[in-house]
Design a protein around this ligand. Structure first.
Ligand SMILES: NC(=O)C1=CN([C@@H]2O[C@H](COP(=O)(O)OP(=O)(O)OC[C@H]3O[C@@H](n4cnc5c(N)ncnc54)[C@H](OP(=O)(O)O)[C@@H]3O)[C@@H](O)[C@H]2O)C=CC1
Ligand SMILES: O=C([O-])CC(=O)C(=O)O
Length: 261
C-alpha cells in the first residue's frame, strides 16, 4: 500500500524529534515529503538531513499534496496556514493550540475541516487527560482550572518577567487569569492550557495560574475539574518539552490504527 504523505510546518526542536521518530520506524505508514520554516536555509538543512524537500512557503508545501501536515511552529503559523492546509485536503496535527483560543477562528477552522472532510488533531502535547475532561463536560456543567509551575528563568523574555524574579527564594504567583488571557501574553508557553480549556470549560471560562518556583526544572501542570458527578485532578510533570513531539507521533499512529485511544 502507498504510504501516507507527511509534511511538517516548523523545523525546530519538536519536529526534529517527529522526523527522527519516523526515520527510526515509529511511523511505518508514513513518508516525510516536505518541510517549511520561517528561514529557508534552516528548512533546507533539515530537509537534507531527513531526506525530504524544503519549501519556501505554504503553497509550495501543499503542492506535495500531503495527507497529513504536522505543525510545531507557532500560534501565528496556525492562524496563517490552517485554512490553506485544510482546503488543500490535508489533515492537520496541531501543537500551537493557542490559536484556537479565538472562538471565531476556531469555528472557522472547524467548518473548513468539515467542508473538506478532513480533521484537525489537537495533540496532547505536554499535558493530557482530554478524554475524561471531554466526558465530564458532556455530563454536566464543569469548572476547570490549570496551574503551572515554571522556573523563574523560563519567564525571562516574557511579559511576566520583573526585576528580582531570578532571585526569588520561594514560590511566587506571577499570573492568574483565563487561559485566553494567558495565551495572549505567552504564545509559546501555555498552548497546553488552551488545549485543556478546549477539552473542558472553554478558553474564556478556564482559569490559569502560573507560579515561578526557584530551583525548579521543567514544567509541571495541575489540572482540576469539578462537575456534578466527576471530579478529577491530573498532575503532569515533564522535564523537557520532548513529550510534545512524542504526542504528535502518538496522534499520527492513532490516525492509522485499527484500535483508537
Ligand atoms: N502543546 C504543547 O504541549 C506544546 C506546544 N509547543 C509549541 O510548539 C511550537 C514549536 O516548538 P519548538 O519546536 O520547541 O520550537 P522551535 O523554536 O525549536 O522551532 C519552531 C520552528 O517553527 C518555525 N516557525 C515559527 N513560526 C513560523 C511561521 N509563522 N511559519 C513557518 N515556520 C515558522 C521556526 O522557523 P525558523 O527556524 O526559521 O525560525 C522553527 O523552524 C511552539 O509554538 C511551542 O509553543 C511547545 C511545547 C509544548
Ligand atoms: O512545554 C510546555 O510545557 C508547554 C508549552 O511550551 C506550551 O504549552 O506552549
Amino acid at each position: 500500500m502507498d504510504k501516507l504523505k507527511l509534511a511538517l510546518i516548523g523545523c525546530g526542536k519538536l519536529n526534529e524529534i517527529v522526523a527522527k521518530a519516523l526515520k527510526d520506524g515509529y511511523l511505518p505508514e508514513y513518508e516525510l515529503v516536505a518541510v517549511m520554516g520561517k528561514d529557508y536555509d534552516r528548512a533546507k538543512a533539515f530537509a537534507e538531513h531527513h531526506g525530504c524537500m524544503p519549501c519556501a512557503d505554504i503553497n509550495e508545501l501543499m503542492a506535495f499534496k500531503p495527507d497529513f501536515v504536522a505543525e510545531a511552529a507557532s500560534v501565528k503559523s496556525i492562524q496563517d496556514y490552517s485554512e490553506t492546509v485544510l482546503n488543500g485536503r490535508s489533515n492537520l496535527v496541531v501543537l500551537s493550540i493557542g490559536a484556537f483560543a479565538d472562538q471565531e477562528f476556531y469555528e472557522r477552522v472547524k467548518n473548513t475541516a468539515a467542508r473538506n472532510n478532513r480533521r484537525v488533531y489537537i495533540a496532547s502535547g505536554a499535558v493530557g487527560g482530554f478524554d475524561i475532561l471531554r466526558t465530564a463536560a458532556l455530563m454536566s456543567p464543569i469548572t476547570a482550572s490549570i496551574s503551572a509551575q515554571k522556573a523563574p528563568g523560563s519567564l525571562y523574555h516574557s511579559p511576566l518577567y520583573k526585576d528580582g524574579l531570578l532571585e526569588i527564594t520561594k514560590r511566587e504567583q506571577v499570573f492568574t487569569g483565563t487561559t485566553k488571557e494567558a495565551i495572549a501574553i505567552l504564545p509559546t508557553k501555555v498552548n497546553v492550557a488552551v488545549a485543556i480549556a478546549l477539552a473542558s470549560a472553554g478558553p474564556e471560562n478556564t482559569i490559569m495560574n502560573i507560579d515561578a518556583v526557584p530551583g525548579f526544572e521543567g514544567d509541571e501542570y495541575k489540572i482540576e475539574i469539578q462537575g456534578e458527578e466527576i471530579r478529577t485532578e491530573l498532575n503532569i510533570y515533564s522535564r523537557t518539552s520532548k513529550v510534545a513531539a512524542w504526542s504528535v507521533v502518538a496522534v499520527l499512529q492513532n490516525a492509522v490504527s485499527p484500535i483508537v485511544f
